[in-house]
Design a protein around this ligand. Structure first.
Ligand code: XMP
Length: 535
């Protein structure tokens, strides 16, 4: 696929940032594991910049990135299967310390003369491993965790013959080769997952690999990331002006403050009130950005236009398309009104890029062309200052930039807003009912210190009516659903186990305090098979 202009700008900004961070980098090769992202985050938490590359990346692409070490992720396939991911690079040519995790270890084994086999005694869950010998990877482990310690296994295949140059460095009851090492090349394999918290010494093992074996410097720290991001943005923007679409969520808010530090008065922000916002949201954005941070903020009241365009539309995809299109039109119009705008900035973050590159991870990142649904014909250049940051890193940047805790800790809110939470066609009354229910629900969670315990919580209003009885009178009113989920990355989620007594109290308050609602349900579905939002 051709490199689009927006993608080029993202890579340019990123190249400046990497150049400035100046430290060592680690490439994570994705074989499709659900934990790949977690590995990348763990490495960054240990102070080293990491990036996810697809298994099909070429040797040259990886050489261009110049990683100090490589981590091969796990994956759902068998290395011997015809559906195993193709590999586009030559590990020997890269010649850097390498750690293969689960599938990554099996791939290493198969590639370099070893053998893997589907075994009857598959291991899933916590398992005790017994460390053997004195590998650099397990340095200090005996003292910290004892000779035997708990690790997290999830595999059906095992390495049954070591590749040449390797020796076994750990075993479990059912897996004689639970870890292997070729110390001369600094190549290692772990059958278990060091990146998950269930592996007691997992962080220590990763730390050994990153800092002691690969000798990476811990230069990826929030304090210096801000200064360097600011410099990178200044370099790429120069004397030009930037318009940022501000939603009030944590990503665009942090992007705004970073840009403000970098380019000051050359930053202009637009906040579109599309009538699909939660209660008090517009006022909060104005208060925070205009009054407190002194940002040049344009608030566009487009409530009526959005409601008109969405009248009678009940198909969720159509709703999203209409909303997306209108956003772009309003932003473009505003850019023309302000004049002199060269850039459109967005709060895109790294998981957005990873996700839009395809669920199976076959062409992660390198083939990514999604810039948030912006049309190709758009003249503005796209600036994404957070494109290579994870959410927790964005939150740390926000805190360091002085953003309110309330905004930093805010749950995600979808771009199409309440339009995808009023099921079926939209109308003002449903939106108003939903806002009241949502506010009451979230306040109750905050009052009970549960808001920060769940990844996302919200209410949905259904296009059905149900019978109730209040004060001996029959009522025929609307039904709302409360949803609270626990999730690491929003790709999978489970329903949060909120106390039943609290849910009953909230349900009772909703029916009593929001006229028109007769019934409250709690959504127990997990994702998959359901999604987090209802539309
Ligand atoms: P789903 O419903 O796909 O949601 O399980 C996963 C996460 O994404 C958010 N979401 C969106 N965010 N634009 C956004 O910016 C959208 O169109 C959109 N749809 C869903 C959702 O709130 C959840 O956090």
């Amino acid at each position: 696929m051709p490199d689009t202009a927006p993608l080029k700008n993202r890579r340019r900004l990123h190249a400046f940032l990497c150049e400035q961070v100046g430290g060592d980098k680690i490439a994570i090769i994705n074989f499709g594991s659900q934990y790949t992202r977690l590995i990348a985050r763990k490495v960054r938490e240990l102070g080293v910049y990491s990036e996810i590359y697809s298994a099909q990346s070429t040797t040259q692409q990886l050489l261009d990135f110049a990683p100090r070490a490589i981590i091969l992720s796990g994956g759902p396939e068998s290395v011997d299967s015809h559906s195993a991911p193709e590999v586009g690079f030559d590990l020997q040519a890269l010649n850097v310390p390498t750690l293969g995790i689960c599938y990554g270890m099996q791939w290493l084994a198969r590639q370099y003369g070893g053998k893997t086999k589907r075994v009857d005694s598959r291991e899933f869950g916590s398992v005790l491993i017994d460390v053997q010998g004195s590998s650099a990877l397990f340095d200090g482990m005996q003292a910290d965790c004892g000779a035997k310690h708990t690790v997290w296994m999830s595999h059906g295949d095992s390495v049954v013959r070591l590749p040449s140059g390797f020796s076994a460095i750990a075993e479990t009851e059912y897996t004689p080769i639970a870890a292997m090492a070729d110390e001369s090349r600094s190549w290692y394999g772990l059958q278990f997952h060091p990146e998950v918290t269930h592996t007691v010494c997992g962080t220590a093992i990763l730390n050994n690999f990153i800092h002691k074996i690969a000798r990476c410097s811990p230069s990826w720290q929030p304090a210096n990331i801000i200064a360097r991001s600011v410099d990178s943005i200044r370099r790429i923007v120069g004397d030009e002006h930037v318009l940022l679409a501000l939603s009030g969520g944590v990503d665009s808010s942090v992007a705004a403050l970073l840009l403000q530090q970098a380019i000051g008065k050359k930053l202009h922000c637009i906040f579109v009130d599309n009538g699909l916002l939660r209660a008090g949201e517009r006022a909060q954005v104005v208060e925070t950005f205009e009054r407190h941070f002194g940002v040049d903020l344009y608030v566009v009241d487009a409530q009526d236009a959005f409601l008109r365009a969405l009248k009678d539309v009940d198909d969720p995809e159509q709703k999203r398309q209409i909303i997306g299109r209108m956003f772009i039109e309003i932003i473009e119009k505003q850019a023309l009104t302000i004049g002199k705008i060269d850039w459109l900035a967005q709060g895109t973050i790294y998981p957005d890029i990873i996700e839009s590159a395809g669920a199976e991870g076959a062409h992660l990142i390198k083939s990514h062309h999604n810039v948030g649904g912006l049309p190709e014909r758009m003249k503005l250049k796209v600036l994404e200052p957070l494109a290579y940051f994870f959410k927790d890193e964005v939150r740390k940047l926000g805190a360091a930039l002085g953003l309110d805790k309330e905004i930093i800790e805010r749950h995600p809110f979808p771009g199409p807003g309440l339009a995808v939470r009023v099921l079926g066609p939209l109308d003002k009354e449903s939106l108003q009912l939903l806002r009241r229910v949502d506010t009451l629900f979230l306040k109750a969670l905050r009052d009970h210190h549960l808001y920060d315990q769940v990844a996302q919580a919200f209410a949905v209003i259904l296009p059905v009516k149900s019978v109730g009885v209040m004060g001996d009178r029959r009522q025929y009113g609307r039904v709302v659903v409360l949803r609270a989920v626990e999730s690491e990355d929003f790709m999978t989620a489970s329903s949060a186990e909120l106390p039943t007594a609290l849910l009953a109290e909230i349900a009772s308050r909703i029916v009593n305090e929001v006229p028109g609602i007769t019934r409250v349900c709690y959504d127990l579905s997990s994702k998959p098979p359901a999604t987090i939002e209802w539309e």
